[in-house]
Ligand binder design. Structure first.
Ligand code: GLU
Length: 430
């Protein structure tokens, strides 16, 4: 039976790299049918924090992934001590000043990495290494080997940044008489410029992506593309589909470039593919969590607003930036937008308001027809009226189609806002 593990250290939040490692482990084992172990590597008591652990567990669940077993290394110190003692008894390790040192018996090491192919390690930087610190905690390489063995892990899938640990671990496996698992080292995730991910570009926690209005499925889909592709040009691949076709041997050897633009594109594709009802539910949940929605707003209205913006947003937070005017009247006209209002069209807008008031059906086609008709009757070009009306209804110069916007806002709100525009003109100098 295949058994893999994802082994985060709760000394920081779950980031893109960790989440991708988790996903690739999960896909590998779910495709082959085996067990997925989540191992919390909390041996560093000082730096491990509950806050980080909570975020890691919550983010894995939010992404839609799950695990079959969970273990905490902080509860397993006795096991590490027992194995260290075994090594001491066999003369393979020794105690000095309260710490336990392991003596490497080095010989050339060859592995057949599932991603990188054959790798040969011809030397080790040090002849010995601490495996138990004087504070009794194990070091990473040692607890990792003991646990991978005890937990029956037969395939270790992790980031390439651990490749230098692999020969050390193999020597420990040998010294302990454990069977060596297979390894798969995933390519690094780099910034678009080829360097390390920075806080501004990609090195944000999964919780921050969630907070920013990315959909879990979209983020997962994007993670999937970081170093792997199905071999054709498809980029939108659901988790269900990926589970059927994921092949670790097809993971790239070279670094994967992280691109926010690409992530935004993937997210917008998922947003567009949702039905209005589903998207409105997701958006409402998100906007409520941000205290953005007025308490009395009804579901149907949220659906209409979502429909208005669905094709334009790439993440749910865009709604907070762009759709505020749909829920609140208290916006100011933007400085730039005020320029559109320089020409006083008070009288003409009054005519438009009268026409709107008399309309029975307030749908976008009728609105457009009547709007153009009013403009014509006043010898105005439609756009001369479109721009100030848009500023009046939204506060901004640009936004979704005006007639759809008018329909969504509804007659009452529209008239109130046009009234405000007329007052603005009446109060400003002619
Ligand atoms: N705790 C290690 C890390 O977070 C795990 C490395 C491994 O998978 O062996 O990098």
């Amino acid at each position: 039976m295949v058994k893999v593990r994802f082994a985060p250290s709760p000394t920081g939040y779950l980031h893109i790299g960790g989440a991708r490692t988790c996903l690739f482990n999960w896909l590998y084992v779910r495709r082959l049918g085996g067990k997925f172990v989540l191992r919390i590597e909390d041996t560093d008591i000082e730096r491990s924090k509950k806050e980080f652990l909570d975020e890691i567990l919550e983010s894995i669940k939010w992404l839609g992934l799950d695990w079959d077993e969970i273990h905490y290394q902080s509860q397993r110190f006795q096991l590490y001590h027992d194995y260290a003692q075994k090594l001491i008894d066999e003369g393979k390790a020794y105690k000095k000043e309260g710490a336990v040192f392991f003596k490497y018996q080095f010989s050339e090491i060859k592995i057949d990495d599932l991603v990188r192919g054959k790798i040969v390690f011809t030397e080790l930087p040090k002849p010995e290494e601490v495996i138990i610190k004087s504070d009794n905690s194990p070091t990473y390489n040692f607890s990792c080997v003991v646990d991978d063995y005890l937990m029956g892990i037969n395939c270790v899938i992790r980031g390439e940044d651990h490749i230098s640990n692999t020969p050390k671990q193999i020597l420990m496996y040998k010294a302990l008489g454990f069977k060596i698992p297979q390894f798969a080292h995933l390519p690094l995730i780099l910034s678009a410029a080829g360097g390390r991910l920075s806080k501004r570009f990609g090195a944000t926690s999964i919780r921050e992506y969630r907070d920013d209005g990315y959909l879990a499925e979209a983020l997962l889909n994007y993670l999937l593309l970081l170093g792997w592709s199905p071999g054709d040009n498809r980029e939108i691949i659901s988790l269900e589909e990926a589970k059927k076709i994921f092949d670790i041997k097809k993971v790239n050897k070279t670094g994967a470039a992280f691109s926010v633009d690409k992530l935004n594109w993937v997210n917008s594709e998922y947003i567009k593919s949702k039905s209005i009802t589903d998207l409105a539910k997701i958006a409402a949940g998100y906007l409520r969590s941000k205290n953005f929605l007025p308490p009395d707003v009804d579901t149907r209205y949220i659906e209409r607003v979502v429909e208005l913006f669905k094709e334009r947003i790439s993440k749910l937070s865009d709604l907070m930036a762009w759709a505020r005017f749909c829920f609140y009247d208290d916006y100011a006209y933007g400085e730039d937008a005020k320029k559109v209002l320089e020409k006083n069209l008070n009288r003409q807008v009054q005519v438009l308001m009268e026409r709107f008031s008399s309309m029975d059906s307030f749908d976008k086609d009728t609105i457009e027809k009547e709007f153009r008709d009013v403009a014509r009757s006043l010898s105005l070009k439609a756009r001369d009226l479109v721009h100030p009306v848009r500023v009046s209804l939204t506060g901004e110069k640009v936004g979704p189609g005006l007639f759809e916007t008018i329909e969504v806002l509804g007659k009452k709100r529209v008239l109130k806002r046009l009234e405000r525009l007329c007052k603005y003109w009446a109060g400003s100098k002619e």
